[in-house]
Design a protein around this ligand. Structure first.
Ligand SMILES: *[C@@H]1O[C@H](CO)[C@@H](O)[C@H](O)[C@H]1NC(C)=O
Ligand SMILES: *[C@@H]1O[C@H](CO)[C@@H](O)[C@H](O)[C@H]1NC(C)=O
Length: 383
């Protein structure tokens, strides 16, 4: 399988690539629209929900027709996904890549604003089953997009889990896992040529649960905390998500890709879990997601990359009843399957939006304004 991958890399994919970078994100806040459920609202109702919440950036894990049709004419910016199960075929057949792009992307443009294609999801660092097909699929899809003259509209990416890293503490010590490097380096090489970012799925929830003795839950929830100091960089971290992002930047720098931007393609907190997932409560999930919104609204970078404004897609719109695994997996939704809110962070459900929710929403907007004002004052002082 490996020599096959190497073959593809050298023989098939030597097409010239443009170095224009696509802007696939408006503002800083986006959301994942997972659909592993049989009881969630229709795509049209999702459009209503997202418009009400003023969320513009959306990711789906496939290229479902009913979703792409419902999003037509809405102005929502959507990233579609090529599932892992299609990688081997698409990496082996340039014409299959072309027909996939024609059928699932070109056919819906420009009315449905498809601004990106995620090739596979969390392929590297896991079982390794699809690792050898990732780069080939990325290149074939990119070449198809390029031939269709869509490469400045549709950005090609792939999202990575934390499993691609070794030593993520302190952030500056982070590097890619030994068994990932052989796939990661050529992938990063290609992404740097086409101007694509590094897409990171980062869950302070999972990090906290794996080490609740060492990690202060306030640090994971963006609450007041002592934070941590990184002895090598002398940087201070007051929340775990910033530290996870900077760990990714450190690994990229170590691999020779200092200039690549990191975008968070998934983050979130479960509101319910099994007995041994006691951090998964509505209150913690509300706190994380409320504070995440505030963090993103600041339009700020991280301690290591202050100029790279943090952008993130929260996981997820709905609780998904068909997801396998621990109970937490089925309870990441900001909304319940009936369209009502799971907890109040200022968004309105399809039903029963309470007076309390609009008060909170106003409060959040006011706080954002106040913080903006404070930031502006500070910046003008610094200038
Ligand atoms: C992707 O996988 C689905 C499900 O197995 C299949 O129906 C479809 O034909 C595949 N598409 C490509 C381009 O391989
Ligand atoms: C909880 O228990 C299950 C079943 O024993 C186990 O598979 C899982 O890893 C545990 N989760 C945590 C967060 O410890």
């Amino acid at each position: 399988m490996k020599s096959f991958g190497v073959h593809l890399f050298f023989l098939v994919f030597l097409a010239p690539v443009a170095s224009v970078s696509v802007q696939a994100f408006t503002g800083t806040y986006g959301i994942n629209y997972g659909r592993f459920a049989n009881n969630i609202p229709s795509p049209d109702e999702v459009v209503t929900l997202l418009r009400g919440a003023k969320i513009r950036n959306v990711r789906i894990y496939d290229a479902d027709q009913s979703v792409l049709k419902a999003f037509s004419g809405t102005g929502l910016e959507i990233v579609v996904g090529l599932p892992n199960g299609n990688l081997s075929d698409v990496s082996a057949n340039a014409d299959h890549a072309m027909s996939w792009v024609k059928d699932n992307v070109l056919a819906y443009l420009p009315d449905t604003r498809i601004c990106g294609i995620a090739i596979g999801n969390e392929v590297l660092g896991g079982s390794g089953e699809f690792s050898g097909f990732l780069l080939g699929a990325v290149k074939n899809v990119y070449n198809a997009v390029n031939k269709l003259k869509l490469s400045d509209v549709v950005q090609i990416t792939t999202a990575h889990s934390q499993a691609v890293f070794a030593n993520s503490f302190p952030p500056s010590s982070c590097v890619f896992q030994d068994n990932v490097v052989q796939y990661m380096k050529p992938l990063l090489e290609f992404f740097s040529q086409i101007g694509s970012p590094f897409c990171l799925n980062a869950y302070p929830f999972l990090a906290y649960m794996s080490d609740p003795e060492q990690i202060d839950i306030n640090y994971a929830l963006f609450l007041p905390t002592e934070g941590i100091n990184d002895a090598k960089t002398k940087l201070h971290y007051d929340n775990l998500l910033d530290a996870q992002i900077d760990a990714a930047y450190a690994a990229l720098e170590d691999a020779g890709f200092e200039k690549m931007e990191v975008i968070v393609t998934e983050t979130g907190w479960a509101s319910r879990g099994d007995e041994n997932e006691s951090a998964a409560t509505p209150n913690n999930a509300r706190t994380f997601n409320y504070n995440l919104r505030k963090r993103l609204a600041k339009m700020k970078g991280t301690p290591l990359r202050p100029k790279n404004v943090v952008k993130a897609y929260v996981f997820a719109i709905f609780n998904e009843n068909l997801k396998p695994g621990p109970t937490s997996e089925r309870n990441f939704g900001l909304f319940k399957a009936d369209g009502s809110i799971s907890y109040d962070i200022g968004f309105h459900g399809l039903k029963s939006s309470s007076a309390y929710s609009s008060v909170l929403s106003l409060k959040l907007e006011e706080e954002e304004h106040d913080e903006d004002r404070e930031d502006k004052k500070r910046e003008s002082r610094e200038r």
